[in-house]
Design a protein around this ligand. Structure first.
Ligand code: NAD
Length: 262
């Protein structure tokens, strides 16, 4: 389903969502690629998503094959440029407002674009489960550096850039087959089991372990709201499912919430 064809959320569903947010004090939000499509960054699985054009390089392929690293950079360079130019949209902005209202404990994000922080959410409240495209990292010594300098090297003709230690350089994001950062995953699990409302925004909930986080909350009786264009495997476990466009829907919900808490 594309952004253009997504139906609007029914007023009574919005009202139910606002009531759940009003009652909650410790809201954990999980965002996926659908939170950033309105900033012009395509998601993976939609009809015009990135995977319709090219399948991602796995970590094992990246480590073992110069051709795979070349392919990785061919895809990564335009994506990184797109992410560097992208600006936060109504979803990111509404979530900063939720923090201002004192209800947000954290945004656990599968996104690598840094747009929650760019919108003004406190960096310590953003848990980047899949890393960040704003930095580069060495696969051997894990030294971090700004991605822009590395992109310049690739643009200048290096299609297999190396670290001073000899390791391969890549964006500081998680490829399939690469373990998730341990501290972030532990923090995300702790948040999922201590929040009093779990809110999923713009995720197909098909990538584990991120997709298991709302289940941890539901197992403890915590209410779950899902806002996503398409159905997800967890829809049946959710208290409210909004098959609608994230930006305008969330903006309406937060505006109602703000009015009532004024
Ligand atoms: P996904 O591509 O699997 O799912 C995105 C979901 O968002 C889809 O179900 C789609 O219907 C929905 N969606 C798209 N636009 C929407 C909108 N405006 N409003 C409401 N729903 C919308 O993405 P995922 O679940 O995050 O998991 C896939 C992986 O994609 C993650 O590992 C993430 O790292 C990576 N990714 C990140 C970015 C980014 O940082 N912006 C972009 C592409 C992919």
């Amino acid at each position: 389903m594309t952004t253009e064809t997504a139906p609007e959320a029914a007023p009574e569903q919005l009202e139910q969502a606002v009531r759940l947010l009003e009652a909650a004090q410790r809201i954990a939000v999980l965002t996926g690629a659908g939170a950033s499509t309105e900033s012009g960054i395509p998601d993976f699985r939609s009809p015009n998503g990135l995977w319709q054009r090219q399948l991602p390089t796995t970590y094992q392929e990246f480590i073992s094959s110069p051709e795979a690293r070349k392919r990785y950079w061919e895809l990564r360079v335009p994506i990184s440029r797109q992410m560097a130019e992208a600006r936060p949209n109504a979803t990111h902005e509404a979530l900063t407002e939720l923090e201002r209202l004192g209800k947000l404990i954290a945004i656990i994000t599968q996104n690598i674009d840094g747009l929650h922080q760019a919108a003004g959410t406190s960096p310590e409240r953003v848990i980047e489960l899949h890393g960040t495209a704003r930095q580069a990292a060495c696969t051997h010594c894990n030294t971090r550096s700004p991605i822009a300098a590395l992109l310049e090297r690739v643009a200048a003709g290096e299609d297999d850039p190396r670290c001073a230690c000899g390791g391969y350089l890549k964006a500081a994001t998680i490829l399939f087959g690469q373990p998730l950062p341990r501290a972030e995953l532990e923090q995300a699990v702790a948040l999922a089991i201590t929040c009093d409302l779990f809110f999923v925004i713009g995720s197909s909930l098909r990538v584990n372990p991120a997709a298991q986080l709302p289940e941890l909350a539901v197992e403890r009786g915590v209410p779950l709201i899902i806002l996503n264009h398409e159905p997800t495997p967890l829809d049946e476990q959710a208290n409210i499912v909004l098959h609608a466009t994230a930006g305008e829907t969330l903006a309406q919900i937060i505006a109602l919430l703000r009015k009532r808490s004024a």
